[in-house]
Design a protein around this ligand. Structure first.
Ligand code: XIL
Length: 311
């Protein structure tokens, strides 16, 4: 079949994956990635705990490996991520509140500047909302309230004006309290001239539970003048995988791909990982797995075929 990336590019979109440094030495994964994907998100390598494990000591080695792999395979990079309450070193969460903004700004400036010109889009703020639409009460929110979004986005924009700047979250794919809160935040940031460029819909689904209003929900964000992207797609099921589960997953992947293509501002779809054996799902959601388009032997599943058909 024609590779996903070729089919996506023909429609002005991309089809991506997440890769870690460990994935780069797994030839089963890289054989697929080299052929199928034209966008890479580092799985962990650009997160704060890797890039600035102690104050002012920066480590870009692992992120650089991902970026150079991407460049040598004609792939773009989604930078992931700059500000997040998880994988955040304790030196940041233990700072006195009046030092958090300075640490955040320095972190963003140094990291974005390091990768300037190599990053298509940055997830500037990752997962800032609780399920009820309230803000996660992390170090950034405690120190700055909701002003930290504008501060982070403006700081990233100053360091690389060409990168698209995103807020990325999960369980915002349908219209609900969380996506409504994000919508209101996005509107308010745009009205203040803050350089927000896009919304990332992580899309960590369970088979058969893709919201039927995903397309309409992406469209309302696009109507604000924002890009939208499916940033971390996977679709898990209870193990062992049944053939009906795999069929439902194929239906889900096809629908998600069609939803993106139906929204002109939807720039692309990225799966979180390459294959079922190396996905984060099994370790994070016990009893669940089989969440990607490729099985544990790197063979394409029904979800791959439905995605090709949808593209
Ligand atoms: C996950 C990685 O895949 C794991 O290796 C790590 O242990 C935890 O984080 N939302 C995100 C991603 O934005 O950064 C997360 O990645 C998955 C959920």
């Amino acid at each position: 079949a024609t590779p996903l990336r070729t089919l996506a590019e023909a429609q002005g979109r991309y089809f991506g994956t997440a890769l870690t440094v460990a994935d780069l030495s797994n030839t089963g994964e890289t054989t697929i990635a080299n052929a199928q994907f034209d966008m890479v998100t580092p799985g962990n390598e650009m997160k704060w705990d890797t890039t600035e494990p102690s104050s002012g000591r920066f480590n870009f080695g692992p992120g650089d490996q991902i970026a150079s792999y991407a460049a040598s395979h004609n792939m773009r990079v989604r930078g992931h991520n700059l500000v997040w309450h998880a994988q955040l070193p304790s030196w940041v969460s233990n700072l006195p509140a009046n030092q958090v903004q300075g640490a955040m700004d320095a972190h963003i400036t140094t990291e974005v500047n390091h990768y300037k010109g190599k990053i298509y889009a940055w997830d500037v703020v990752n997962e800032p909302f609780n399920g009820d639409g309230s803000f996660v009460n992390d170090a950034f929110y405690k120190a700055m309230g909701s002003n930290y979004f504008a501060e982070a986005l403006r700081t990233a924009h100053a360091a690389d004006p060409d990168a698209k700047l995103y807020i990325n979250d999960y369980n915002i794919e349908g219209q609900n309290a969380k996506s409504n809160a994000l919508y209101n935040l996005a509107k308010s940031l745009l009205s203040q001239g803050v350089p927000l460029g896009g919304i990332g819909f992580e899309s960590h689904f369970i088979v058969g539970q893709v919201p039927s209003d995903f397309r309409a929900n992406m469209q309302r964000f696009a109507d604000l003048g924002l890009d939208v992207a499916v940033t971390e797609l996977d679709d898990r099921m209870q193990l062992p995988a049944s053939s009906s589960g795999l069929q439902q997953q194929a239906t889900d992947y096809g629908n998600i791909t069609k939803d993106c293509l139906a929204v002109s501002r939807c720039v692309g779809v990225s799966q979180w990982g390459v294959d079922d054996a190396n996905s984060w799902i099994d370790g994070t959601f016990p009893g669940y797995g089989a969440a990607t388009m490729y099985d544990r032997n790197f063979q394409p599943k029904p979800a791959y075929n439905s995605t090709v058909t949808a593209l």
